[in-house]
Design a protein around this ligand. Structure first.
Ligand SMILES: Cc1cc2nc3c(=O)[nH]c(=O)nc-3n(C[C@H](O)[C@H](O)[C@H](O)COP(=O)(O)O)c2cc1C
Length: 355
């Protein structure tokens, strides 16, 4: 059996294989409530062989949405709308995960497929973004700086989101601390200019994330908990892979189980070199430095490429995003590529198998 199609157990949750679906915003919700788009979108990947299907960046408070059309988990109506989606994922054999998020200074923007760019104004349903410091992302409006009471409220909001997620049936929770959104903005000195207990030293910049890890762990004691980091800002003076490893270790002490290793998104002047598997070296470094399980993501598009990453000991699981959009049955294709037997194929589809 390939490593890609061997199960992985995190806490008490067994995932049937290590080819997972990365969180991908659909900008298709109303008032944060997911609908049949999200159900069909996410369930098809489970039919297509994914071991774990992660729902998109889901806001824990309304002002934490990237766009007005993001999903949310800040009220019970949203929780109840997630339930049939989770059931559809489970019925097709996959584990259901959700990414808990706050967009910080990159909140209240237009969806990428809208004709306009930048910050959505109040008259079109936008709001004033909140961030660690009143420093704008290039091209977006200047955010307001969060005060101590607002920070405390956020810790509770993530915990409430975690509790509702478990009530909705999600097996796995992920805290979004990547891509230049709120928690990454606290971590990086390029966006955090605070002079209180949440700014300055690495300990201070990591304080909010670590409080949230603790509160989510307390609210969902049994759920496997992932943290998605951007391992580098790809910019001078920014957050880097050594910082990510250190804070990952602190997060583990507070209950995190796996590091989902992405990169970038904090500043518009980032200088990224992409290509097949371009973020895998970061997953490798964090795995080796911390001993924590990692998932690798970024331009991983075939079963053999994914298998090679696992065989090299660079990661414990593979996440893919765009390849699942191109081919929602990526998992079935990867299984055939690696010579796996047909058990991952839904019996309804086996007549289409090419071997
Ligand atoms: C349409 C789309 C939406 C995305 N939304 C999210 C998101 O909600 N949260 C997140 O952490 N990353 C998001 N990403 C990034 C993906 O999770 C993934 O890290 C990235 O696409 C690189 O992997 P890939 O090369 O396999 O697509 C998104 C990517 C795409 C293409």
């Amino acid at each position: 059996m390939s490593q890609l199609f061997s199960p992985l157990t995190v806490r008490a949750v067994e995932v049937r294989n290590r080819l997972w679906v990365a969180p991908m915003c659909q900008y298709s919700a109303r008032e944060g409530v997911p609908n049949d788009w999200h159900l069909v979108h996410l369930a098809q990947f489970a039919s297509g062989g994914a071991g774990l299907v992660m729902a998109e960046a889901t806001a824990v408070v309304p002002e934490g949405r990237i766009t007005p059309d993001d999903t949310g988990i800040w009220n019970d109506e949203q929780r109840d709308a997630w339930r049939p989606i989770v059931t559809a994922i489970h019925d097709r054999g996959a584990v259901a995960a959700i990414q808990l998020a706050h967009a910080g200074r990159k909140a209240s923007t237009y969806p990428p497929f809208a004709p306009s760019r930048g910050t959505v104004p109040a008259e079109e349903g936008g709001w004033r973004p909140l961030a660690p410091s009143a420093v704008a992302f290039d091209g977006y409006t200047r955010p307001d700086e969060l005060d101590a009471a607002q920070i405390d409220a956020l810790v509770d909001a993530f915990a409430d989101g975690a509790r509702r997620s478990v009530e909705a049936g999600f097996d796995v929770l992920e805290i979004h601390a990547a891509h230049g959104y709120l928690l990454h903005e606290f971590l990086s000195p390029l966006s955090n200019q605070r002079t209180d207990a949440y700014g300055g030293s690495l300990e201070n910049r990591a304080r909010l994330l670590l409080r949230i890890v603790e509160s989510v762990r307390a609210a969902a004691p049994d759920a496997p908990l992932f943290v998605r980091f951007s391992a580098t800002d790809w910019a001078d003076g920014g957050w880097d892979v050594a910082d990510t490893a250190t804070v990952s270790t602190w997060a583990r002490e507070r209950g995190a189980d796996l590091v989902d290793v992405s990169s970038g998104g904090l500043v518009a002047h980032q200088s990224i070199t992409t290509g097949p598997g371009y973020q895998v070296p970061f997953a490798r470094e964090i795995r080796r430095a911390t001993g924590l399980p990692t998932s690798a993501v970024g331009e991983i598009t075939s079963g053999t490429q994914a298998e090679d990453i696992l065989a090299a000991g660079d990661a414990d699981a593979i996440m893919a995003g765009r390849e699942w959009l191109r081919d929602p049955h990526f998992g079935l294709r990867a299984a055939d590529e690696l010579g796996e037997d047909a058990t991952i194929w839904p019996p309804q589809y086996v007549r289409a198998r090419r071997r």
